[in-house]
Each structure stands twice: as C-alpha cells, then as structure tokens.
Design a protein around this ligand. Structure first.
Ligand code: ATP
Ligand code: MG
Ligand code: MG
Length: 549
C-alpha cells in the first residue's frame, strides 16, 4: 500500500476515514454522459474513482448521466460499459440519472412548495441578458414573485405537455446578485420534446445537470463526488440543492485537474466531428484517443492504468506530453509482447550454397529476457526475404547492414555474405545472391567481426499481411488552440503497407496478443479486419520516440 503514490484526494479520504465521517464508508461513482465513446481523459477519472473505492474497501458505481436525450444513445451506453469493464474495473451498482426522473420531479415540487423554485416564462434571450456579468449583478425576472400555488400548477402542466418547448423553465430561487453566476437563479428544468433512449416519450421536461447530479449522488449514498475543476464554481449550487432540500446525506464534491494531452484532443464533441466527417474510420480508429481506439491499436488496459497512476492527481491544470503516454505503452509492451519477424518491404535473398528444397527450423525465444514465455518455430530455406532498407549498394560509412561483398547476421540464424546484386532493366535492385557460413549458427564467425543483425522470413513459409503504420493523429501539439482543430491533423497519420510478409507463427494471431516485430515496432492483429488467411496488423507504437524534439 505504501507503493501507491499519495494524492490530495487520497489524503482527504484517509482523513475522513480517520474521523469516521460517513461511518468510515467510501462510495464513489463514475458518471459519464452517454453522448460519445470514452477517451483517455475519462480513463483518468475511471481509474481515480474505482481505485479510491478499491483501496478503501468501498464501492464505485457506474452512473449514466442521461439528461440530454437528443445527444445520447444506447450504442454509447454499451460502449461505455464495455470500456470500463475492459479497463478491469467492476462497478457495484449501475444506475442512470433517468432512473431518478420521478424522484427528481418530486424534489422539484418540494422546492416549489418551500418557495425555493419558480416557473419562469422569460425567453432564453431575456434570461441570458438578465443573468448579468462578473462585474454586474443580474436582474430579477418578473415571474420570480409568482405564488407557490401558481408555480405548482404551471410546473405540473409543464410535465403534462401543455406548453411548447422553451415556453417555460423551472428555476431555483437563489440570488440574482450572487458574485457566482451559477447561483443566479439557475434553470433546473426545461421543456424538451425529445425521445429518450430509456424513458421513451414519458417525459417532455428534463432536469438540468447541476440539479440532477447532486441528487443522484445523494440517492446512491455517494460519499466523495469527484469531478473536474470546471465544476468548482458549481459546488455552491451542488451544496445549495442538497442543503435546501435537507436531504438525508450530503456527498462532498472534490475537484481535480482534467487530463490534457498534447498532440490530441479529449473532447467528445470534437471526437464526434472526426468520426462524422470521416477524418478517421470510427470511434475505435487506432489513432483515436478513445479507450476503444487505444484497445484496437493494441494498447493494454494495464498500460492505460499505469499511465493514469503515473500522471497523478492534482488541482492544477497542466499538459501531459504524448510521449509520456507512449512511454507507458512501450514499457508495458516491452514486457509482454512476443517477438516475431515481419518484413514490410521485401527484397529477395537467394542462398546459393543452400541445398534446393531444404528447410531448417529454429526454435527462437518469444522474449529474449523471459524464457518462461516459450519459443516458436521459425523455418529457414533457400529463398529469404529481408527489408529493402537493410541493403545498400552505396552505403554511408556507418551503415551496419548488408552491402555488396559484406556480411550480416540473420536474427536467430546464420551469417550471410552478399556475393551478387541482381537488378531489373531500370536499375532497381530486385534480388541478392548470398552465401551462408554453416559455422555461424548461434556462434560468432572465426577471425572476423560481424556487427549487423537483421530480421528476415523464409519466402516459402512466410504469410502475406497488410500492415497499418499508424502515427499520431495530430502533428500540432495543441490542436485545441487552433481556430479550427482540424488544421492540426497529421496528413501522414496512416501508411498502409500491403507488401508485408510475416513469419509463419503468426498464422492465427489473435488481437489479444501483442507482438514486437523485431526492429520495427509493436503490433497487434486488427480486431475488425484481420482473419486467418488475410492478416492485418496495426502498429501500436514505434520502438523509439520518433517525435522527440
Ligand atoms: P467531454 O468534454 O469530452 O464531453 P465530459 O466531462 O463532458 O467530457 P462526461 O461524460 O460528463 O464527459 O465525463 C464523465 C466523467 O469523466 C466526469 O466526471 C468528467 O469529469 C470526467 N472527465 C471527462 N473528461 C476528463 C478529462 N479530460 N480528464 C479527467 N476526467 C475527465
Ligand atoms: Mg459532462
Ligand atoms: Mg461533455
């Protein structure tokens, strides 16, 4: 437990437990709005809420904050459940704000009866003007002094559908002169004839977020309601609703800094725009900062959780470098990825002193430092494929790979020597004739040093594969600061290589298995498009940071 880094929320909870606040219980919740897929920013909130509950023998609920029917859907709800579960967390209760619509209505009636809420017929525009500014108090609506009886009658008729959308709202009666604009008689109910994915057409009035959230927390017995810093100025309203209704319990709202990640965006609205305008193939495009995109790219839940733990939790907004997320992904994959060989742009190599039709098979370790991860069989034959890049006819001085007359080691196999270069009519190198040194299998050659090691596959045994080289979706470090964030898109964020040949052991590569293609990067089979006989691999991340400034 001492390995867990401290953060200010952990301190607050430890103190509350020490004081036996809430009888020492800890209950948190993760409250997404089902209006899009979850992104890496949500992962920070998920990890925080679920981990705090776990550490304190408490509970964490999943609650759908579904009060905006126009933007929400069952598809989004299902994706959220899938993503939270995939991250490895188990919610104790699964709730929806819409489960509470009747109760929330009753509480609104109570507010009206207490003289703490009123029905306002002002236009939206008038209300906006009357709200005032930071330096100027707001103006009270003439409807503010409406009688309780009349308010009760109008609110009931709002629910009954007697009025047009926008004709009336219910407002909390707080203080139009409050220095906090959120306290200037905020709207708590509006009329919206919108079909709700759970309650259908049962309601034509919907409660507002600030009113709904605190009551939902209270109804679930949440002790610590953790949210992002933008809600700091909403906390007085959160507390006002619960205090004014004298609810049986009063959760404590605690704010922390949201995740801001360079070279990407974490806003569902903008992610939705990327999807609808087809800048990406969908919410789960491997370039998306969504949980489903990261999963499809080959990132593991462990890497995401490690990232969330390592960035910590503070009350100060800051930017996290994309390279830090990539480092967490590499650290994780370096441990778990099976090593394999894949040749992206093949060049044929004929081993002239190898017997025709002969195959040798080597058992090569799946992980150089972890014998417990086993070995796989890698066949070697007369015709091999190496990367075009690993041969140069006129190399610079420091080139350590294959050159005319030079030697190189084939990973896990022999040292070969390039004896002859075959070209087509246009002068392109199309084939190399090489000899192998039979004395060099797993041994250094006698009397000379061979420095370079390259990867290879046997042409006869290798499998064709499509390889998708994904890179960062944005080439601008802060696309959010541009007038149009789309201008920050990286035009080279995907290169599809169709010429690749991969070693035979990958024949039924499952998307759940991560690979390091030797010298090339980390990959996994694409969960949507890869099939036996038609392999497709996604690059999760390169071996080294290619974006370092
Ligand atoms: P977006 O702006 O992307 O729509 P949101 O806050 O409106 O995000 P919600 O579905 O309401 O999305 O978020 C659910 C929870 O996740 C909230 O408690 C919210 O504070 C948290 N959350 C959202 N984005 C981030 C982020 N970037 N960093 C940390 N927590 C976040
Ligand atoms: Mg929200
Ligand atoms: Mg939002």
């Amino acid at each position: 437990e001492s390995l867990v880094p401290a953060n200010f929320i952990r301190h607050i909870i430890a103190e509350d437990k020490a004081n036996n606040k809430n009888d020492g219980k800890v209950a948190t919740r993760f409250p997404p709005e089902p209006n899009g897929y979850l992104h890496i920013g949500h992962a920070k909130s998920i990890c925080l809420n679920f981990t705090l509950a776990e550490e304190n023998n408490g509970t964490c609920n999943l609650r759908f904050d579904d009060t905006n029917p126009e933007k929400e859907s069952v598809e989004y709800m299902e994706s959220i459940e899938r993503d939270v579960a995939w991250l490895g967390f188990k919610w104790v209760g699964k709730y929806h704000a819409s489960d509470y619509f009747e109760t929330l209505y009753d509480y609104a009636v109570q507010l009206i009866k207490q003289g703490d809420a009123y029905v306002d017929g002002s236009t939206a525009e008038q209300m906006r003007l009357d709200r005032g500014t930071l330096t100027e108090p707001g103006k009270e609506s003439p409807d503010r002094s409406r009688s309780i009886e009349e308010n009760l009658d109008l609110f009931q008729r709002m629910r009954a559908g007697e009025f047009a959308d926008g004709q009336y709202v219910l407002r909390a009666k707080i203080d139009m002169a409050s220095p906090n604009i959120n306290m200037r008689d905020p709207v708590i109910y509006r009329i919206r004839r919108a079909h709700h994915h759970r309650t259908g057409d049962a309601w034509c009035i919907y409660p507002m977020y600030d009113y709904t959230h605190c009551l939902s927390d209270m109804l679930e017995g949440i002790t610590h309601s953790i949210c992002t810093l933008e809600f700091e100025d909403h906390r007085p309203l959160y507390d006002w609703v619960l205090d004014t209704l004298k609810t049986p319990c009063h959760p404590q709202q605690i704010e922390f800094a949201r995740l801001q990640l360079e070279y990407t965006i974490v806003s569902k609205r903008k992610l939705l725009q990327l999807v609808t305008e087809k800048h990406v193939s969908g919410w789960d495009d491997p370039r998306m900062p969504t949980i489903s995109g990261l999963r499809r790219a080959g990132v593991t839940p462990e890497a995401i959780r490690d990232f969330c733990e390592r960035i910590g939790v503070t009350k100060k907004n800051s930017w996290i470098e994309m390279s830090f997320l990539e480092t967490c992904i590499r650290d994780d994959l370096n441990e778990r990825a099976l090593r394999a060989m894949a040749v992206l742009r093949p060049l044929r190599v004929i081993i002239t002193n190898w017997e025709d039709g002969k195959t040798e098979t080597y058992q090569i370790a799946n992980h150089p430092q972890k014998p417990e991860m086993g070995t796989r069989a890698v066949p070697f034959g007369k015709v091999l494929l190496i990367e075009q890049d690993d041969f140069m006819e006129n190399p610079p001085k420091d080139f350590k790979r294959l050159v005319p007359g030079g030697e190189v080691r084939l990973r896990g196999s022999y040292v070969i020597k390039c004896e002859e270069v075959i070209k087509d009519d246009a002068g392109n190198v199309i084939e190399l004739r090489c000899t192998y040194d039979p004395a060099t299998l797993g041994k250094n050659p006698e009397g000379r040093k061979v420095k370079g090691v390259i990867h290879w596959v046997s042409e006869q045994h290798a499998l064709p594969a499509e390889i998708r080289l994904y890179d960062r979706l944005f080439s601008h470090p802060n696309p959010d600061t541009l007038d149009n964030f789309l201008d920050g898109i990286n035009p080279d964020s995907l290169e599809v290589v169709t010429s690749a040949r991969v070693e035979a052991s990958l024949t039924d590569a499952s998307p759940d298995v991560r690979y390091q293609f030797e010298r090339t990067g980390y990959f996994c089979a694409d969960s949507v498009d890869s099939k036996p006989g038609k392999l497709v691999f996604n690059r999760t991340v390169t071996l080294r940071d290619s974006w370092a400034k």
